[in-house]
Design a protein around this ligand. Structure first.
Ligand code: GDP
Ligand code: MG
Length: 667
């Protein structure tokens, strides 16, 4: 049996999904986190699968989330719907419920966040509400695991007995007449398409074009429908969409008036308002954001992450020493020994040693996100984003871009307009991804040890600023148009759930280790081979004679105006296209330095100014292969993808060039 999990954004769908399936999908106090539908089976009940759908407020086809959900419900026909409702926000949540009921699919209402309702002396008359809505209701708390067994039992029973919602007629007056007239008119068409007639009729009253097309009505029928709607509009003196919305809210208001003792002002709400008076304040919001970010970076690079990283470095070094000793005494072939110690240990080890820094940074970022702060930032950013032709909605994918460009580009699917999507995809690579952190951490530690946090944050800021600049440029030339309006509710601040944060960190660490063991491993071995043999495949002791040196030297010409012409650096940048961490592993292999010596050796390759120009170049140049492939998929054209790759690389070169040349003139 298949159940669809449907509900508003932030109603706790993913939390419930994770609790029921024991999976660890990403939960966020942040609308728009679930992009694709995810499927899992209920723990201990392999016969019951459950699909986590994106959060929506209505079944109108306005955003891709709504379309995904609607298509899933109409075409896949799940055995049952679990409609999750945030009980602290019951009126708004029931708006979707009323539309779901019209689908005539067996349905259970999971009334979530009951813990918060009770803690704030609210109450809900479950039996009364059940009578009014005609569907089973189970009060639950997804985070506290209350009521979950009852929910599953109820859902299975409802689906097994194919118990459809008992009523679906919530309308009165003129809307009622219009819906019923249209229902009769289209019944046979809807039946042929397998769409519930009542649902189709409501959508036609709302003026839903895709539905009109799908039903394949005759011109005469379409005209009669328009006529019925016109009549309704003139009787109610509102437009069609408002008429239906009014009708639904009227019904909900009556129902809640009878059954709900509202949480007037919850503790959480009051606390949120207080915090927001500073954090979303007209003038304080931005400084507060910068302050918080600076704090995060300082803690990560200054206080916690770097010492942990050094410890890991030391551990890897020791291990490598022990293994080298073993090889010596065993008398292992010299070339193989070099491959393992100078190639794999140096390269993969250099990447692994940065994991603590990345974990620490993401620990803080996910705390901020789970607390609900990031949603505020999206809200505050709406205005500036509008200036570059985007809305606050694009903030979510861009924020993900600081983690990894691949999911960020995929997350643009939640954006309503094609133009917003393309422009957002274009801008995500400017948000420096986490795979670049090892590069920044290594270079800043070697060249700017006293101002590490400052240099790091300035890199991120430069990325954002240049993104804004490019956005302005593109808005005028390539991606013309206006952004769609942005509506987002701000969730209450919540204390971050440790479990959520830990799961997220584990995910991140796993991802990094996986990459280190696959793509970085392969790149390292390849680089080691290319630098160990000359073009005649003779083993060379000095890698400057290797075939790689010849290729790298050619490329060095391109980079010498930026201040770094050494062939090892240019080779590193090339492998960086495979994965950004590979820049570090390549440098480690090519310089033959162990991880702890790498910092010193860098001083022979760069002057401090060249090091900064190098940082700028890595910040901006083409995203890695995986990201480029994602861009190709989402933008849907090779040209669009090539444009981004070429623009980014050319732009990176230009900016690094300016930095180095102007810096040299000044210094
Ligand atoms: P989704 O957007 O519907 O997938 O919602 P999420 O599962 O991401 O949850 C949104 C927020 O609500 C998270 O911060 C959860 O920790 C929180 N949450 C979910 N269920 C409950 C609950 O039963 N009680 C309380 N107090 N918070 C919850
Ligand atoms: Mg979710």
């Amino acid at each position: 049996m298949i159940f669809a999990l449907v509900g508003n954004q932030n109603s706790g769908k993913t939390t419930l999904f994770n609790q029921l399936t024991g999976s660890n999908q990403r939960v966020g106090n942040f609308p728009g986190v679930t992009v694709e539908q995810k499927v899992g089976s209920i723990t201990g009940r392999a016969d019951l699968s459950i699909v986590d759908l994106p959060g929506i407020y209505s079944l109108s086809p306005y955003s891709s989330e709504e379309i995904v959900t609607r298509d899933f419900l109409l075409k896949q026909k799940p055995d049952g719907i679990i409609n999750i409702v945030d009980a602290t926000n019951i009126e708004r949540n029931l708006y979707l419920t009323l539309q779901l009921i019209e689908l005539q699919i067996p349905m259970v209402l999971a009334l979530n966040m009951m813990d918060e309702v009770q803690a704030n002396n609210g109450s809900i008359d479950i039996i009364g509400l059940r009578e009014i809505l005609g569907i089973p209701i189970v009060p639950i708390s997804a985070t506290k695991k209350h009521g979950l067994t009852e929910l599953v039992e109820q859902a299975v029973e409802t689906a097994q007995n194919r118990k459809k919602p008992e009523h679906n007629d919530f309308c009165t007056g003129a809307v009622h007449r219009a819906i019923h007239a249209i229902t009769h008119l289209i019944e046979d068409h809807a039946g042929r398409q397998g769409i519930p007639a009542r649902f189709a009729a409501s959508k036609l009253v709302e003026g839903d074009d895709p539905m009109l097309e799908c039903l394949q009505l005759s011109a005469h029928e379409a005209e009669s429908i328009e006529h019925a709607v016109k009549e309704m509009e003139s009787e109610l003196t509102t437009d069609r969409e408002a008429a239906l919305a009014d009708m639904r809210y009227q019904f909900i208001e009556d129902a809640c008036g009878k059954c709900v003792v509202k949480v007037k002002e919850s503790r959480e709400y009051r606390r949120s308002v207080k915090l927001d008076s500073i954090l979303t304040h007209k003038f304080l919001a931005f400084p507060a954001f910068l302050g918080i970010m600076f704090g995060v970076f300082w803690l990560t690079f200054g206080v916690i992450g770097t010492p942990l990283s050094e410890l890991t470095e030391w551990g890897i070094e020791e291990l490598s020493g022990v293994i080298e000793g073993l090889f010596e005494s065993f008398g292992l072939n010299d070339i193989l020994q070099a491959l393992i110690i100078d190639g794999i240990f140096a390269g993969v080890g250099a990447v692994i040693s940065f994991i603590p820094i990345i974990i620490t940074l993401f620990f803080f970022l996910s705390m901020l996100e789970d607390s609900g702060y990031m949603a505020r930032v999206a809200y505050v950013m709406d205005k500036p984003l509008r200036k570059i032709g985007l809305s606050g909605r694009s903030f979510v994918p861009m924020l993900m871009g600081f983690g990894c460009t691949v999911p960020a580009v995929m997350a643009t699917r939640t954006l309503a307009s094609e133009r917003d999507r393309k422009l957002t995809i274009f801008l995500t690579p400017f948000m420096s991804c986490s795979a670049k952190i090892p590069i920044y951490a290594l270079i800043t530690a070697a060249f700017f040890p006293r101002h590490q946090a400052l240099v790091m944050i300035s890199l991120y800021m430069i990325g954002i600023l240049l993104g804004v600049l490019s956005g302005l440029l593109m808005k005028k030339n390539v991606y013309k148009g206006v952004p769609v309006p942005f509506v987002m509710e701000l969730p209450n601040y919540r204390f971050p759930s440790i479990k959520t944060v830990l799961l997220l960190l584990w995910d991140k660490a796993k991802d990094f280790i996986q990459r280190a063991c696959t793509i970085i491993f392969i790149a390292t071995v390849a680089i080691w081979f290319l630098q160990s043999f000359d073009i005649r495949f003779n083993y060379v002791t000095d890698s400057a004679e290797s075939m790689l040196a010849i290729i790298g030297q050619g490329l060095g010409v391109i980079f010498s105006p930026l201040g770094f012409s050494d062939w090892r650096v240019s080779t590193g940048l090339i492998t960086g296209f495979l994965a950004k961490e590979a820049v570090i592993s390549t440098l480690a292999v090519l310089t033959g330095a162990s991880i702890t010596e790498l910092g010193d050796i860098l001083h022979t390759l760069f002057s401090p100014l060249a090091a900064f120009s190098f940082l700028i170049f890595t910040l901006l140049y083409t995203p890695c292969v995986a990201a480029v492939a994602a861009v190709r998929r989402e933008i849907g054209s090779l040209r669009g993808m090539l444009f981004i790759v070429i623009y980014q690389t050319a732009f990176a070169w230009l900016v690094a060039f300016l930095v180095y040349q102007i810096g040299s003139l000044l210094g």
